[in-house]
Design a protein around this ligand. Structure first.
Ligand code: ZN
Ligand code: ZN
Length: 362
């Protein structure tokens, strides 16, 4: 990965904003800009240098993962604040940006007290904006994360019986993702049998699959750094006409949303393409969330596919498309895939079958 190139892009932003340093305190942003995968470490980016402020636990890892970055490593019993101050003084920064979405008020005040001559400027979303456009390596890692999620799901799906519980499915998914080489799941999975599928973020319980005729599973794999995020509904009994009807509306909406993805399309237009299918079917009120979100180092990143989001899609963005219809008494249907924006349109990165007749447990 071209971490130096990413830092250069950030430096252009510094220059545009008249800053001579940015203190990066969001650990994932530090990872993105340097390749260092540990935490508890900050990065100071100046027009000419990049310095990681970390501690002795990470000494070896830092030398391995980011040999091109200067290191400021503190020993036991020393304070992070003192090393931040020392590094900023050494860099000679006069107007320093900080990440307002990550830095605590306490640290900000302490830095301001210790460096009275340095002007502090709040910044928001600078690195996150760079993170929206994935490079080749990030795309390939996301492909791996999608593949691990698919393989885990196939194994788990084949083993489901009426006695299987939501918790067992959640645990098996985690186990299988790790068996297929992933670091783990990308978030605590949602497994909802029957009416529990109407809870968009329902945690797994000991409810058994046989207690209803379908189950909703929302899961993803973390391949090491990058995340995938999928949702499928599996029929676990006889497919009722209601399930089939609602399922096919959501599937049609999802395909319409995916079809709308191309460079230049706004996020709200993609949301509308899927939402209008559900609205026309008379269920607009039952679709109470945005259509999707970016994925990457975090499971939810920019951009957001939702009403009012004017961001235009660009090649290299990866977004989920996940329309749903929910009825509290009955349950919910959601279908979710991960989509890469390409130069001439899009590519669906996740590949788990999603026709209802292919979505059967056991
Ligand atoms: Zn999901
Ligand atoms: Zn999602």
């Amino acid at each position: 990965m071209n971490h130096a190139g990413r830092r250069d892009k950030l430096r252009k932003q510094l220059k545009r904003e008249g800053l001579d340093a940015l203190l990066v305190t969001n650990f994932l942003n530090v990872t993105y800009l340097t390749g260092f995968t540990g935490d508890d470490s900050y990065l100071l980016v100046t027009p000419t240098d990049a310095i990681i402020i970390s501690d002795l636990r990470y000494d070896t890892q830092l030398h391995d993962e980011c040999p091109d970055v200067e290191l400021c490593i503190r020993g036991p019993g020393t304070k992070m604040l003192d090393f931040v101050v020392k590094t900023v003084e050494k860099a000679g920064a006069r107007r320093m940006g900080f990440e307002a979405d990550s830095m605590t008020v306490g640290l900000r005040d302490a830095v301001a007290d210790a460096l009275p001559k340095v002007e502090l400027a709040a910044t928001s979303g600078w690195v996150e904006e760079l993170r929206m456009i994935k490079d080749k390596d990030e795309i390939n890692r996301t492909r791996v994360a999608c593949d691990q999620a698919r393989r885990a799901f196939e194994v788990v799906r084949a083993g489901i019986t009426p006695e299987t519980t939501e918790n067992q499915i959640a645990a098996d998914l985690e186990y299988q993702v790790r068996r297929f080489g992933g670091k783990g799941l990308s978030f605590t999975p949602i497994v909802g049998v029957g009416y529990r599928a109407a809870l968009p973020h329902g945690m797994a319980t000991d409810r058994k699959i046989g207690e209803a005729d379908f189950v909703l599973i929302d899961w993803g794999a973390n391949e090491g750094l990058y995340m995938s995020d999928l949702t499928r509904v599996l029929a676990t009994g006889k497919i009722s006409p209601k399930l089939r009807k609602l399922y096919n509306i959501v599937l049609k909406a999802q395909l319409a949303g995916i079809a709308a993805i191309k460079p230049g399309a706004t996020c709200e237009a993609v949301d509308a393409a899927a939402r209008s299918v559900i609205e026309k079917a008379g269920h607009g009120k039952a679709f109470g969330h945005g259509l999707g979100h970016g994925t990457g180092l975090e499971i939810h990143e920019a951009p957001r596919l939702a009403k009012g989001q004017k961001t235009e899609l660009k090649p290299g963005m990866i977004v989920t498309v996940e329309p749903g219809i929910y009825f509290p008494e009955w349950g919910g249907i959601r279908i979710e895939d991960d989509i890469l924006v390409t130069r001439d349109g899009h590519e669906v990165l996740s590949s788990v079958p999603k026709e209802l007749d292919e979505s059967v447990a056991g």
